[in-house]
Design a protein around this ligand. Structure first.
Ligand SMILES: [Zn+2]
Length: 323
């Protein structure tokens, strides 16, 4: 890549926008488009990360690192310069592509009775919820044609993971939930692996922008858990997409004083409960009040509501939560 295309890439990806897409929030403004915030590159407790949005440069007074958006991508994703470039190029093209794919899947949802029936069975009924989560359906076998007609080249679809190397739609018979920079697909057929993501990071906590303003936040493992809680009126809910929180998700929970309720699955092999216990210890070392919600044996928040539990009963589980 020559000097000119490097400059072009940097121009097309303003550092501040890239940071914000990775859930960085300025804590306070300085003069002339300069911002301070917590450093996303090290465990930061008071804002030491300076961003100059007009020059698209950063510097951290804590860990002493700084540079442009490419340097940031190297450090943040822990990759070398060529991989950082590849990630940024991919990122530049990926957002519009995923947006188109998600819109297409949303159009398909109500054309496929089996998808709507599956959602009902998982407690997802209201149009408001489907709209809020932008839920769609991948019937398989038609996304590729749609996107190529819109002008997206096949190699880009392959690179995004939307189409397999053999040229077929990657998602087949899956309920699709758009994430920050990914699409989660839940199979409605029992013969396929239940959970799939596109290649690339799962990103930060789900719908964190909304949840983070509450002093008490409920964290669940799965998007269907999120869905039933939202439907039951809980707006202070977020989802970690699995029991393992990545560094960004963990950092998000620690970025302000709050109480965190961990409502992981109460499954037979205790993996959800073990993960919750470990997470609550880690959060408490960072000064976050973390409490574990004990669901009835064998249940997750989704089955709790699907099998007749209501908001009042769930509230009682929150009140009974322990460290
Ligand atoms: Zn730092």
């Amino acid at each position: 890549m020559n000097r000119q295309s490097l400059d072009e890439l940097k121009q097309q990806i303003p550092l501040l926008g890239y940071l914000q897409a990775h859930d960085w929030h300025p804590a306070r403004p300085l003069s002339r488009g300069r911002w301070m915030g917590l450093c996303p590159l090290h465990e930061d407790h008071k804002p030491s990360f300076l961003v100059d949005s007009s020059k698209s440069l950063f510097y951290c007074y804590g860990c002493g690192r700084g540079g442009d958006v490419i340097r940031f991508a190297e450090l943040y994703h822990q990759v070398k310069f060529p991989q950082a470039l590849a990630l940024l190029q991919q990122w530049r093209g990926l957002a519009p592509l995923l947006h188109e794919a998600a819109s297409f899947y949303r159009m398909q949802l109500h054309r496929h009775g089996e998808a709507v029936a599956y959602l009902r069975q998982r407690g997802v009924r209201s149009p408001e919820l489907i709209e809020h989560m932008r839920i769609g359906y991948a019937p398989g076998g038609c996304l590729r044609g749609w996107l190529t007609r819109l002008g997206h080249p096949l190699p880009a679809l392959r690179q995004a993971g939307l189409v397999t190397s053999a040229g077929y739609d990657a998602y087949l018979h899956r309920i699709v939930f758009p994430l920050e920079a990914n699409l989660y697909g839940r199979s409605i057929s029992t013969s396929a692996p239940p959970h799939r993501f596109l290649p690339g990071a799962k990103g930060g906590l789900y719908s964190w922008e909304q949840a983070q303003s509450y002093p008490e936040v409920i964290v669940v493992e799965g998007l269907f858990d999120y869905a039933v809680l939202w439907e039951a009126g809980f707006r202070n809910v977020t989802c970690s997409l699995g029991t393992h929180l990545n560094a960004l998700q963990f950092q998000q929970l620690c970025d302000a004083p709050r109480t965190v309720y961990l409502a992981f699955d109460s499954d037979g092999n205790h993996s959800g409960q073990n993960a919750a216990q470990w997470m609550s210890r880690r959060l408490r070392t960072r000064g976050v009040a973390a409490l574990r919600v004990a669901l009835p044996d064998g249940q997750d928040p989704n089955s709790f509501f699907v099998e007749g539990g209501d908001a009042h009963q769930f509230q009682r589980l929150l009140e009974a939560a322990r460290p």
